[in-house]
Ligand binder design. Sequence first.
Ligand code: CA
Length: 243
Amino acid sequence: MSKKNRNAKKQQAEARSERMKNLTMVTVIVLFLGLGIFALVQMFVGSNEEPEAAQVSEKIFEYEGQPVLGDPDAPVKIVEFGDFKCPACKQFKDQIYPQLKKDYIDQGKVAFYFVNNPFIGEDSMTAAIAAESVYQQDPDSYWPYFEALYDNQGNEQQVWATPELLVKLAKEETPEVDADQVKKDIENETYKEQVEKDRQIVGKAGVTSVPTLFVNGRKVEPQEAFQYNNLKNIIDQAIEEAQ
Ligand code: CA
């Protein structure tokens, strides 16, 4: 092997060793970064301490003007922000609300409020106006109507909350209510302002998805609300704190 060749080989070997060094450095850096990120995630997710839950002043809900199920003087007030067109809100009504009603609302431990957050379609607003009309005529009829709206929920992508359906449901489900008045209120958008007021509350409360609940002002995200045991713990804690 000539000296020139040997030098070339040596240079190649050095270059290889340099590349290996660089590669090792990169690997170490990536590993450290990875560990760092893992540690950060652990801090936020994996730690035993619960993350600070968002708390808002309950004044913003204007409870007095909102439909309420159960005893308004109950130690715990739960507000649901929802849209009658929202499939997850229907799911909440079907899966969680009946248990909540049985365990807490009917026991006088929880007063349950609903605030409109109509955003999915034009008919989200129509349904909200119809429900407000029912509420204004007879507050107790609000809840059977609320349930009927979710029971008759159609495809999210389609306009199903038509004035015809909304009036028909009022006729069938809320005998105390004058369905013709509901029809007029839909046509005249009589309670649109009420619904717009609810929308302002949505903004103040920082609600970004539905159904979002507030338990005595403590924000409960949808994923939390759908784990009933989790929700129970939050409510039980709130009852304890209220005593
Ligand atoms: Ca309202």
